[in-house]
Design a protein around this ligand. Structure first.
Ligand SMILES: N[C@@H](CCC(=O)N[C@@H](CS)C(=O)NCC(=O)O)C(=O)O
Length: 219
């Protein structure tokens, strides 16, 4: 039996989307990451990092949302998973790429657009974050000019992992029309029926009190 820990107002939504795409039954423990639940001893025994999501697959524990999805793709995959070693390498490549090139500036842009309290937002920080996104998003737009999906000509875990990070795009108020291939691809991914249950979810986060706090939050 699979149990997914983490509120759907967290990165656990990425894994819930994957499980639903695969039609794999799972129990959901909506552990709240803002009320201290992830610091409780029972939760730290599942993930010593004190973060959600965590997947428990018959006692096999895994953290990191995108790694969880890559595991599920490999185990239950069908067309969502890799057909061979090269496809798997590309799925890992794009998943690491989105974490390293996109997630932090996009979260910073979303925080300064909507997630921080109105009096804690900085348009300067938002503009810096948007500038950082220009290079990776141009790379993705050019890649998608040549093919409809990231790997293997079909919707796979690579698309799901990247699109699930980019659910922050509307929250950050970003207009992607200047990147037409990326824009069309993202709409196509987020319009999938298994994604719609949660992709309009919004939440708020407190601004860390110090620059060092910002560092631990976004870096
Ligand atoms: N890279 C990790 C990030 C996990 C993460 O930061 N989760 C947040 C919720 S979205 C959390 O649990 N925060 C609580 C905390 O850091 O104390 C992943 O993708 O799973």
């Amino acid at each position: 039996m699979i149990t997914l820990y983490g509120s759907l107002h967290s990165r656990a939504n990425r894994c819930a989307w994957m499980l639903r795409e695969l039609d794999v039954p799972f129990q959901h423990e909506p552990t709240n990451f803002q009320d201290g639940s992830t610091r409780a001893a029972e939760f730290l025994a599942l993930n010593p990092n004190g973060r959600v999501p965590v997947l428990d697959d018959d006692g096999f524990l895994l953290f990191e949302s995108l790694a969880i999805n890559l595991y599920l793709a490999r185990k239950h995959g069908g067309p969502l998973g890799p057909a061979d070693l090269r496809e798997e390498a590309l799925m890992i490549q794009w998943s690491l790429w989105v974490e390293n090139e996109v997630e932090k500036p996009l979260l910073l842009a979303a925080a300064n657009e909507a997630l921080f309290a109105a009096d804690k937002r900085s348009s300067e920080e938002r503009d810096m974050a948007l500038a950082k996104l220009s290079r990776p998003w141009t790379v993705l737009d050019k890649h998608l000019a040549k093919q409809p999906f990231l790997v293997g000509g079909r919707f796979t875990v690579a698309d799901l992992n990247i699109a699930s990070v980019m659910t922050l795009v509307p929250i950050a108020g970003i207009d992607l029309t200047a990147l037409p291939n990326l824009n069309a691809w993202l709409t196509c991914c987020l319009d999938r029926p298994k994604a719609t249950e949660w992709n309009s979810v919004s939440f708020s986060i407190p601004r860390p009190p110090t620059p060092l706090g910002m560092l631990s939050m976004f870096v």
